[in-house]
Design a protein around this ligand. Structure first.
Ligand code: FMN
Ligand code: ADP
Length: 314
C-alpha cells in the first residue's frame, strides 16, 4: 500500500492517476462499520480491476475547529490506522492534512480537488459522512456535485445490539473498562504498541518488575486501572497484568498516565524492546495505599485474578 499525504493549498495533484474506488472518512478505530465501507471499496475495485483507495484526514478536524484546544487521542492513532488499512487490502492511502484552510473549502471545492483531482470513479462512505465547510456536504447532496459518470454509495449503519456502532460508543466502553464490548464493536482486539523504557526501578524491589511502555502516539487509553493483558514481543506471547495510572502510592503528580506491565513466568530484560499490549480484562481501579506492603498484597491478588481469568479463557 502506498501512502501519500496531501495538504491544501500546497499540493498539486498528479495528472495520470489510475481510476480508483475510494472509501472516505475519518475512520477512528476502524470499527465494524468502517470496515464495511472499506471492504466494499476494496471488493468493488477488485471486481472492476481498478485501484482501491482510502481517503482520510489527519489530525482529527476537532483539533482545528474546537476552541479551546484540547489534546486529542485516538482509538487508532496514525500508524495503527495505516497498518489496518494495509491488512484490509487497500492499494493506496491518501491522508489529507486537516488544517484551517481545508476547513474553509466548500463541499464543491472539496469534491473538485479530492474526488475529481484524484481520479475517483466511485465514492463509498457511511450514510452519515459529511464534508466541506461546516460539514455542509453529505451523502445526499454529493450526487449533484460530482461528475455524471461517478458513482456514489452510502453504506447503511452497522448496528450492534440495536445501536449504531460508533467511535464514541467504543470510547465509552473503554472508559468503563469494558474491553469485551470495545473489542466486539471494533471487530478486533484493541492494543497499544510502545517501547520499554526505564522507570523508577522500584518494581523489582517489590517483587513485581514492570516494563514501562513509552507510546509515541496519542492513544485513547482504557479507564485508569489494572488489567489482565497479553503481550506480543517479536511473535512471542506472554500473559501478564498491567496498570494504566499515576502510581499514587509513590508519586504525587504525574501529568500523563503510565502504562506498565508485569509479565508472568519470565525474567526477560526488555529495555529498549517494542511490545504490543492487548487489554484483555479490567480488574480494578488504581488505589493509593498507605504502605508498600498493602500494594504488594494487592498485586498478589491481581496476579491471582489475572491467572484465573487466563485459565478460564485459554
Ligand atoms: C498490576 C499492577 C497494579 C498496580 N496497582 C497500583 C495501585 O493500585 N496503586 C499504585 O500506586 N500503583 C500501582 N501499580 C504501580 C506500582 O506502583 C509500580 O509498578 C511500581 O511503583 C514500580 O514502578 P517502576 O516500574 O517505575 O519502578 C501497579 C502496577 C501493576 C503492574
Ligand atoms: N516479568 C517481567 N515483567 C516485566 N519486566 C520484567 C520482567 N522481568 C524482568 N523485567 C525487566 O525489568 C524491568 C522492570 O524492572 P523495574 O524494577 O520495574 O524497573 P523500571 O522501573 O525501570 O521499570 C523491565 O523493563 C524488564 O526489562
Amino acid at each position: 500500500m502506498e501512502v501519500i499525504t496531501l495538504s491544501y493549498p500546497n499540493d498539486e495533484m498528479k495528472s495520470d492517476l489510475p481510476e480508483s474506488i475510494a472509501a472516505i472518512g475519518f475512520f477512528d478505530g476502524i470499527h465494524r462499520g468502517h470496515q464495511k465501507v472499506i471492504r466494499q471499496a476494496v471488493s468493488t475495485a477488485q471486481k472492476e480491476q481498478k485501484h482501491s483507495v482510502v481517503i482520510t484526514f489527519d489530525p482529527h478536524p476537532s483539533v482545528v475547529l474546537q476552541k479551546p484546544k484540547k489534546e486529542i487521542t485516538y482509538l487508532t492513532p496514525y500508524d495503527e490506522k495505516v497498518q489496518i488499512f494495509e491488512r484490509l487490502g487497500v492499494d493506496q492511502l491518501y491522508v489529507i492534512h486537516f488544517n484551517h484552510a481545508l476547513s474553509q473549502l466548500s463541499p464543491e471545492e472539496f469534491i473538485d480537488l479530492f474526488i475529481h483531482g484524484l481520479n475517483i470513479q466511485h465514492i463509498i462512505a457511511g450514510f452519515d459522512f459529511t464534508f466541506g465547510y461546516k460539514g455542509l456536504g453529505n451523502m445526499e447532496n454529493i450526487r449533484s456535485m460530482v461528475d455524471q459518470n461517478i458513482n456514489v454509495s452510502a453504506v447503511e449503519k452497522v448496528e450492534d445490539q440495536g445501536e449504531k456502532i460508533s467511535s464514541t460508543r467504543i470510547r465509552h466502553a473503554l472508559q468503563q473498562g469494558n474491553i469485551d464490548e470495545a473489542n466486539r464493536l471494533l471487530g478486533y482486539s484493541i492494543s497499544v504498541r510502545g517501547e520499554v523504557v526505564t522507570g523508577d526501578q522500584r518494581g523489582r524491589t517489590i517483587g513485581y518488575p514492570t516494563a514501562n511502555l513509552y507510546v509515541d502516539e496519542p492513544y485513547y487509553l482504557p479507564r485508569i486501572g489494572v488489567y489482565a493483558v497479553e503481550v506480543d514481543w517479536k511473535g512471542q506471547w506472554f500473559q501478564g497484568m498491567a496498570n494504566v495510572g499515576y502510581n499514587p502510592t509513590f508519586v504525587d503528580h504525574l501529568l500523563k498516565p503510565k502504562i506498565e506491565v508485569h509479565l508472568f513466568d519470565t525474567q526477560q530484560n526488555l529495555y529498549g524492546e517494542t511490545l504490543r499490549l492487548y487489554w484483555r480484562k479490567y480488574i480494578r481501579d488504581e488505589e493509593k495505599f498507605d504502605h508498600v506492603d498493602e500494594l504488594i498484597d494487592k498485586l498478589k491478588e491481581d496476579e491471582h485474578v489475572s491467572r484465573q481469568f487466563f485459565a478460564k479463557n485459554d
